[in-house]
Design a protein around this ligand. Sequence first.
Ligand code: ADP
Ligand code: MG
Length: 717
Amino acid sequence: MASQLDTDIQFLPGVGPKRAALLRSELEVSTVGELIRIYPFRYVDRTAIHAIADIVPDMAYVQILARVVSVSLYAGSGQAIDPGAPGKVPIKRMVVLVRDASGQIELAFFKGIRWMQTRLRPGSVFLFYGKPSAFNGRLQMVHPEVDDPAPDQKGPGEGAGTLTGVYPSTEKLKTSGITEKVMGRLMGAALNLALTDVRETLPDYVMKEKGLVPLRWALRNIHFPTDQNALSKATYRLKFEELFFLQLSLLKQKYVRSRAEQGIPMPKVGPAFNACYNSLPYELTGAQKRVLREIRADLMSGRQMNRLLQGDVGSGKTMVAVLSALVSIGNGYQACLMAPTEVLANQHYANILKYLAPTGVKAVLLTGSTGAKARREIHAGLEDGSIGLIIGTHALIEDTVVFRNLGLAIIDEQHRFGVDQRARLWNKTTCGAPPHVLVMTATPIPRTLAMTLYGDLDVSVIDEMPPGRKPVQTILAGEGKRFQLHKFMKDQIALGRQVFVVYPLIFESEKVDYQNLEKGYEEIVEAFPFPPYKVAIVHGRQSAEEKDFNMQAFAAGRAHILVSTTVIEVGVDVPNASVMVIESAERFGLSQLHQLRGRVGRGSEKSYCVLMRGEKVSKESMKRLELMCSTEDGFVLAEEDMKMRGPGDIEGTQQSGLPISLNIASLARDGILLSDARAYAEHILDKDPSLEAKENALLAAELRKDRYFRQDYSKIS
Ligand code: ADP
Ligand code: MG
């Protein structure tokens, strides 16, 4: 028999084709089954009624039970209109004075006045729900929700009402009559029709072990909770389920792969590693040593390594990459290091050559600018195995590049690469087994997010900076300080330093942003005339050659100031740059600001980051900017960013995207539950990796649903 969950919403009482179309376009629901998965985003607590006397302006939403004392109408001019005899002047504002036993408060309405006026007759009693604010020194609520009190409704603190869900809605829905209250009614009808057709998704033993309520019960109570306790249980069940299946699907892929993929065994460290290690000019940090041990264990295991290496800018990832490559080479296999830009590939190559000097390993550089002859030699050297390590850009994944025996592929700044680009690396080896994979990223990703985005990768973190790094002094300044800023830049340049100036560039406002960039560039050129000053500019509308040329000019010290959009964000090392000026800093995310700031403070000189803020900056943005000034810990900033802006905005996650969209759980707020769900998913997979056991049939069935199939971007072999 067909399930009522598949019933089109237009057949629900009071919907019809027109409203159904609206619900489809506004909320993306077309069936009853989809509708009941739209949960309230908050609940009006009918059990909590505030006394008006206790209300202060900056409280969150409150509910009062109050009697209407008087209604006043005003015209646009502010002139009062007689409510009994409204003339031709349009009414712009209605102020309703209400009172309870403790005091009185004004309610203001700017819309739907005519209707409200007929409803709110002096003497009648209502429940008002809204956010208190202060206006002209008086307490008020603007556009509170208005409800009739329940028959047995009591005064403050005595009510025995219920929690009522408030559903996400849009202006369009509201104006077409699908108000929050109508949504509630629709939910009621949908549940009556289809709740009995909802199938449990979790096995009995899971519900028992984790203390979860059944799905039907949870759905009924998420919409119509009988009390706070029922709501908590329903919420917990639904959140757990969501996070659990997310983790289960990710981990299952990992289990399947780690059992299936044979990796190249690399049992020894080898002489090249030792030669390099023993001549390092510094001691590795504890974190670098730990991560190297983790990588070594993977390489020895006989299974393929798929590891993400996270480490803040400047934490010393390159050294770890080099030593890992040398392990591969020491075991008789080649290694490659792929960087997102030519400048970065050049920089890596120059650095790495120094480290390789004592090892006798041959390393080459392959980029778009490599000439045809050199290219042919490289191809030959890769095929005959005389080249141990190749460093390069996308040029590495061209079809003509073939390795004799690639053992380790290292990818720097992973989020700049597309999925398929990475996937193409593994078909390049003739030695049979897929290479081990190490992905390096400088974007600190909060643990909860990493567990989700890279649920099927192993994660290593370098959480310690090499000693001797000087803190970057961060200064927040407004437009009034512009002159002083220029003077400061000149002083720094006189000391032989260089300056970055970065402008925001956001897709939605691209045109205006480019105008600002150009204007800013012109201002700088004017304030820093040639001679003696040289100013370079880099942005996304330039050709790759132009970009590289300007970038190189700055990197080589031929320009004093580099004006740019965020293209400089990734890895470029200009140790001589000591000042980072970020324009309209409030428009950047914290993680992004942090990345930018990481571009300075790489040399031995004291460095500065100047956050120039715009004219109108919200309180929230000020808080973020102040936090930037107070910490240099990338993980702290990333966590905070995620809390404030949600995980979708974290730099580096946009392209990969969340594997499934979360409906009720939040990566920012439900970290503990996520860890618990993940541990439990692991526990189940440990015993039954492919979910074949009879008791896990429900789990296997759930994972076969469409939403768990996604592009498996992190499966890189
Ligand atoms: P990342 O790639 O993580 O941003 P790098 O590998 O470029 O960082 O290292 C940043 C700088 O720190 C480099 O100049 C490097 O030589 C230096 N460095 C790396 N490891 C150490 C260490 N253990 N002690 C001192 N300096 C180090
Ligand atoms: Mg780096």
